[in-house]
Design a protein around this ligand. Structure first.
Ligand code: PHE
Length: 325
């Protein structure tokens, strides 16, 4: 093929090249080792010796010309590719944003807040205690003897012989009395731990402890306070009743039930008058000071209030359940 034809062909081909891939094809076809221009030099031996310098020179000129055209095309295509890449990265600020779903308070937190609000309005302070407790705070100081079933490893989560995950919020009574001087009126919300797991028990659940220490407190004060709480929590007409019970740290002790027309009598908490031995354990004179204490299960109250039948719903993290409260 003669030089002019190759040149014309090459220029036309290059014009139709639309991508860097096509350009590479072109390069191989014309400028590659077996390319059309390179092959021309191989024809040199078929040309009379005296014409060879002129022909050689012309082939080289052609090669340079095609290389120049190739380079120009390459730059052009590269710029185009860069512009396209930039275009893809461009942010269209006019597109409406993706709406994010906003979560809301867990039903247990909601009930906790409500319980706190009611007691704070009656003059109780809110205090907190550690979830890892000493056996002394959790049991001994609360007049709970070594042989008590709650102290059993089968019922509680021990960390060492003397440390465990608190089984109730009552140790906060001890910590508060050691820290403050009476009169004292506190509630203490928080997590507690027991080795239980079924439709009505979780190994981790919430309690709110209450403690009121002053002179001349009686069961009447205890009853009034809890009745007031029940009315505000479950409605004006709610009645409560006290049934005799036993706790090592209160004497007398009661189980407290609320009456809801829809459910009948339901047990919601344990309570009693602070046992004189507990006062002695924190250095209070039981002749001078009196007190009442109570402890309620928050999950239980939430279940009653919202009609939930399986306590495990609270920890399943199913948004359909959570968003209906
Ligand atoms: N701590 C008791 C429990 O976990 C409840 C309670 C608290 C009872 C205070 C009496 C006084 O069952």
């Amino acid at each position: 093929m003669d030089l002019e034809t190759i040149e014309r062909e090459a220029v036309a081909r290059l014009q139709s090249v639309g991508s860097l891939q096509e350009l590479e094809q072109f390069r191989i076809e014309y400028l590659g080792k077996k390319g059309k221009v390179t092959s021309l030099l191989k024809d040199l031996k078929n040309i009379p010796p005296e014409e060879r310098p002129v022909f050689g020179k012309r082939v080289n000129e052609l090669k340079e010309k095609i290389e120049r055209l190739f380079e120009t095309k390459r730059e052009e295509l590269q710029k185009l590719a860069e512009r396209e890449a930039q275009e893809r990265l461009r942010v269209d600020v006019s597109i409406p944003g993706a709406r994010r779903k906003v979560g809301h308070t867990h039903p247990i937190s909601k009930v906790l807040e409500e319980i706190e609000r009611i007691f704070v309005s009656m003059g109780f302070d809110v205090v907190e205690g550690p979830e890892i407790e000493t056996t002394w705070h959790n049991f001994d100081a609360l007049n709970t003897p070594e042989w008590h079933p709650a102290r059993d490893e089968h019922d509680s989560f021990y960390i060492t012989k003397d440390l465990l995950l608190r089984t109730h919020t009552s140790p906060v009574q001890i910590r508060t009395m050691l820290e403050r001087k009476p009169p004292i009126a506190i509630i203490s919300p928080g997590r507690v731990y027991r080795r239980d797991y079924d439709a009505t028990h979780l190994p981790m659940f919430h309690q709110v402890e209450g403690l009121h220490v002053d002179r001349d407190l009686s069961v009447a004060h205890l009853k009034f306070t809890l009745e007031e709480f029940a009315r505000r929590m479950f409605g004006e007409k709610t009645k409560i009743r006290l049934r005799p019970s036993f706790f090592p740290f209160t004497e007398p002790s009661f189980e407290v039930d609320v009456f809801l027309p829809s459910h009948g009598w339901l047990e919601i908490l344990g309570a009693g008058m602070v046992d004189p031995n507990v006062f002695l354990n924190v250095g209070y004179d039981p002749e001078e000071w009196t007190g009442y204490a109570f402890g309620m299960g928050v999950e239980r109250i939430a279940m009653i209030k919202y009609g939930i039948t399986d306590i495990r719903e609270f920890v399943r993290n199913d948004v359909r359940f959570l968003s209906s409260y």
